[in-house]
Design a protein around this ligand. Structure first.
Ligand code: NAD
Ligand code: MG
Length: 304
């Protein structure tokens, strides 16, 4: 692929955000979890052709989970174009999505590594952080994006296995990764976790998932206060609703996928590319006095 100019400063047109991206209705599109972005209609916009970097993370070394698709992929593309070297994690069955991200990140001219694996395994989480530090020759940024969401009409339908897997993926993995990363993060390092609109405004059908997202907010604020004296910042992004494979692969019933985003004040779901700039800001030195914050990206449905 030819190298493209990602540092242009030409004027941008003033665009109405309400019709900048697709609006519902969408077609039903069930797929098994973890879903693949390449099977979605319309395909989510992760910034592949649009994100322009400005060197805001030049020389930084970042670990990003959930990096193959959705918000994590948009963050990986943005961070690469902002100049950060990357260690990317995703599940082995997502290799097809991941290959596209790896190519796009390499196209940005940065050092990119991948370590696929299951974050519900504590030993793997520790190894992932160690490998990121070793392969990148340091570790400055930890971006926890991976997540699991499975809707159930009734609490009686939430099995202990589902409850456990959701908490392991969303809460335990973040805890294991942060704990290990603090062995390496220097003063000036930053962690960005991924909360949700569900942290504050939980849906009846997402009792387990919404609880994990509330836990992520509390963990982020507590850890931020603990490590502020060490010069390490900890923040979270709280998005939703965003057009990603998490939703049609069991995250929502198909009738909700059809109208996904209709309830947001902007009348549409956000695209992953619209969430990535929040991560860039929170990771960048421009956010030097921002810690213990939760940054909503919700199209107006902010509940924090
Ligand atoms: P996504 O499906 O594209 O990304 C989720 C990723 O999590 C997957 O790509 C997968 O790599 C990773 N993952 C899941 N289980 C894993 C495991 N056991 N081990 C390793 N990786 C695993 O969907 P997304 O919506 O971009 O989700 C990213 C984050 O955004 C999640 O934390 C999600 O809860 C959060 N979020 C999404 C929305 C939304 O509306 N889509 C809203 C709020 C928060
Ligand atoms: Mg994926």
């Amino acid at each position: 692929m030819a190298k493209r100019d990602r540092t242009s400063t030409r004027d941008q047109a003033v665009t109405d955000p309400t019709d900048q991206y697709p609006r519902p209705p969408f077609q039903r599109q069930p797929q098994p979890a973890p879903g693949l972005a390449l099977n979605m209609v319309p395909k989510p916009d992760h910034g592949e052709t649009s994100y322009v970097g400005h060197g805001r993370l030049k020389g930084r070394k970042a670990l990003i989970t959930g990096a193959d698709s959705g918000i994590g992929r948009a963050v990986a593309i943005a961070f690469a174009r902002e100049g950060a070297s990357l260690m990317l994690n995703y599940l082995p069955e997502e290799e097809e999505d991941a290959r596209e991200v790896l190519e796009l990140a390499k196209d940005a001219g940065v050092d990119v590594h991948a370590l696929p694996g299951d974050l519900t395994d504590e030993t793997f989480c520790t190894r992932l952080v160690d490998q990121a530090h070793e392969k990148l020759g340091g570790l400055d940024l930890v971006i926890n994006v991976a997540g699991k969401q499975t809707w159930q009409e009734s609490i009686r339908d939430i099995t202990s296995e589902q409850f456990d897997a959701t908490f392991k993926t969303n809460v335990y993995a973040m805890f294991w990764i942060c704990r290990q990363a603090l062995t390496y993060l220097p003063a000036g390092g930053a962690i960005v976790n991924t909360a949700s609109i569900q942290s504050y405004d939980p849906s009846a059908i997402l009792a387990d998932y919404a609880s994990t997202k509330a836990a992520i907010v509390a963990f982020t604020k507590a850890l931020a206060q603990q490590v502020a004296k060490d010069g390490i910042r900890v923040n979270a992004v709280a998005p939703g609703p965003i057009w990603t494979p998490l939703q049609p692969s069991g995250g929502q019933p198909q009738e909700k996928v059809e109208h996904f985003g209709a309830n947001a004040p902007m009348g549409r779901p956000g695209q992953p590319v619209e969430v990535a700039p929040a991560y860039v800001f929170l990771a960048s030195p421009e956010a030097s006095f921002v810690t213990a914050e939760v940054y909503g990206v919700t199209g107006g449905h902010s509940a924090s």
